[in-house]
Design a protein around this ligand. Structure first.
Ligand SMILES: Nc1ncnc2c1ncn2[C@@H]1O[C@H](COP(=O)(O)OP(=O)(O)O)[C@@H](O)[C@H]1O
Ligand SMILES: [Mg+2]
Length: 245
């Protein structure tokens, strides 16, 4: 089963910016997938389209076989999204932010509380359960976003730059958590411009630049492909694109 299947995806914003210029991408169920690319490459645009937050201009997107055009609500229930920007109410308590989200999916209050407590514990936020979100550190806010995204037990977790602004120790903890989620069967897609993050976590990687997929391979192959490190390949692709301009 394909978790995500994207064909001929194009997006031109109303400003005239061509953010996606025909993206084809398949991501298998169970994968830990990195969407890697520099700022402005089109990573967040792809994710906004998959999650029906932004309209595509052209192309086809399916989430676990369900077309986002035919049944966007069903497609959305498969996905837990951790967006790039914090978007919770900072004056709400941690536990309320997570359980309110459960309400959107019709999860009964009692079950929502049980699930929320479990997830909050797993993410190391237990002692912040009744704290106002405003008082959390950057890393804790990011983990709160992850907790909220997981409340309806999505098959696919999408994280947009999850470790931006998160300190090293917190980052390692988050990596461990995500690895465990993936081992337990959740498909994970993350976008990052940190090479080491993709290298560390992901089995497959697509490098995207200027709205096009420039390379799509198993991480293992990439690392073995003769160049010392993915870093060289990454820089080369970005460089190539600059020269073509
Ligand atoms: N809402 C928007 N309106 C107009 N242009 C946008 C919008 N969002 C993103 N863009 C542009 O689309 C391109 C891709 O952006 P984005 O998908 O955010 O890239 P990334 O997430 O890889 O940094 C950039 O040129 C960006 O300026
Ligand atoms: Mg982005």
């Amino acid at each position: 089963m394909q978790a995500i299947s994207i064909k001929g995806l194009r997006k031109t914003y109303s400003t005239g910016t061509q953010a996606l210029k025909g993206v084809d991408l398949n991501i298998e169920e169970g994968d830990f997938f990195a969407l890697l690319g520099p700022n402005g490459a089109g990573k967040s645009t792809i994710i906004s389209i998959i999650t029906s937050l932004t309209r595509k201009s052209e192309g086809e997107v399916k989430v676990f076989g369900t077309s986002i055009d035919e049944d966007p609500d069903k497609a959305k229930t498969y996905i837990g999204l951790v967006p790039q920007e914090f978007n919770f109410n900072i004056f709400e308590k941690v536990i309320d932010i997570v359980t309110t989200q459960a309400g959107y999916y019709g999860i009964p209050r009692k079950e929502a509380l049980e699930r929320a407590d479990e997830i909050i514990k797993a993410l190391g936020l237990w002692d912040k359960r009744d704290t106002m979100a405003q008082q959390l550190s950057g890393g804790m806010k990011r983990r709160l976003m992850i907790a909220r995204a997981l409340i309806h037990k999505p098959k696919l977790l999408i994280l947009d730059e999850p470790t931006a602004g998160v300190d090293i120790e917190m980052r390692l903890g988050m990596w461990e958590f995500l690895r465990r989620m993936n081992e337990e069967g959740t498909t994970i897609i993350l976008t990052t411009h940190y090479l080491e993050e993709a290298e560390e976590l992901c089995r497959n990687v697509a490098i995207i630049n200027k709205g096009e997929v420039r390379l799509h391979k198993p991480m293992k192959e990439l690392l073995e492909s003769g160049k010392e490190k993915l870093e060289n390949i990454y820089l080369e692709i970005i460089q190539e694109a600059k020269q073509e301009k």
